[in-house]
Write a protein that binds this ligand. Sequence first.
Ligand SMILES: Cc1cc2nc3c(=O)[nH]c(=O)nc-3n(C[C@H](O)[C@H](O)[C@H](O)COP(=O)(O)OP(=O)(O)OC[C@H]3O[C@@H](n4cnc5c(N)ncnc54)[C@H](O)[C@@H]3O)c2cc1C
Length: 354
Amino acid sequence: MTEVIIIGAGLAGLTAAYRLKKSEIPFRVVEARDRIGGRIHTLSGPIEMGATWFGSQHIHLRQFLTELEVENFEQFTKGKISYDLHPQAPAQYMEMPAGQAPSYRIKGGTTSLINRLVSELDPKQIQLNTSIESIHDKGGVLLIKDKGNQEYQASLIISTIPPQLMANVITFEPALPAATQKLMSETHTWMGESIKFALSYTRPFWKENGFSGMGFAQTGVIEEIHDHSNAEETFFSLKGFLRTDLSELTRSEREQLVKAQVVKLFGPEAADYIGYQDRVWIDEEYTSVKSVTPLMPHQNNGHPELNQPLMNQKLLIAGTESSPVYGGYMEGAVYAGTKAAQQVERLLKTTQSS
Ligand SMILES: Cc1cc2nc3c(=O)[nH]c(=O)nc-3n(C[C@H](O)[C@H](O)[C@H](O)COP(=O)(O)OP(=O)(O)OC[C@H]3O[C@@H](n4cnc5c(N)ncnc54)[C@H](O)[C@@H]3O)c2cc1C
């Protein structure tokens, strides 16, 4: 049997791989980056440069975590919230209003989920440093080519490349319908423009001073910031998002601006950090597309057309942006990956019986 090829070793691709493995369907995962995880990227700490939180409404993800025995813990929110509302005014503080729904994080970092999935697969089934550039419908099979001109044949393809990126970088032969191509290029890639930053400390001075570590700003460079200490409370960190136009600055310029604003939000001890990290996601060539007309957040995520198999039922789009359920989020990635694996099973049965 020609294998199924899954493009992308992010959460959606690895969820599909895990499900296909359970159904004993041969497959291979090809991944452009030199690492697995895609928009899940945990640095040592653990510090999340990508996906971090989920909520009780994310039922497919929660069931999946239970199935895989991956533990989670509640986001720390106790204490004062800091607000920076005006460049000339000092920060203001408020207690967290009662009745807020908690959010949760994965113990050991979000990458624990990715590593758990990979532990169920044969390492030979995942091929890194393989950037796909074209998909050619040869009738009975699909022929795909990577950057190094290496060719692979597949009976079916599950693509988890964010649709907007896919429309920009993959050549289809024959071309996809113009309306599909347009729809994909107008599908927002969740968090594709974001900048995450994190500061690590030897002690959680904010907690000691009655702060939650949560802060919001209407001025300066930080949009929001949260406690990012680990579940065991042995690693202490604050992590948040920066204004997206800061992608034009150098890392050290961003760091200096962040340092000044965390001091304003949490006091002078905030300057005594031992590590600064940031990640500009618009610069990530395997996630985002630069210089395009800005799209609305979640624009076209879960669009029904993204759920229709293409190339004579041989190409399935299955990244989180295709999911009608929480498209853009980890929940959407688990939903889409699972659904694609079920679709593959059905399509293979149909071809075998015809
Ligand atoms: C900064 C940030 C914060 C986030 N925070 C949260 C959060 O708190 N909660 C939440 O639920 N979600 C969050 N998300 C979204 C979450 O990360 C995604 O929903 C999820 O990881 C998407 O998984 P995916 O597999 O669909 O896509 P991706 O993770 O994007 O995977 C696609 C994979 O395809 C690969 N690829 C791309 N092009 C090619 C090619 N040509 N050839 C081969 N491979 C290719 C990529 O390298 C990547 O590994 C966040 C995302 C970011 C960036």
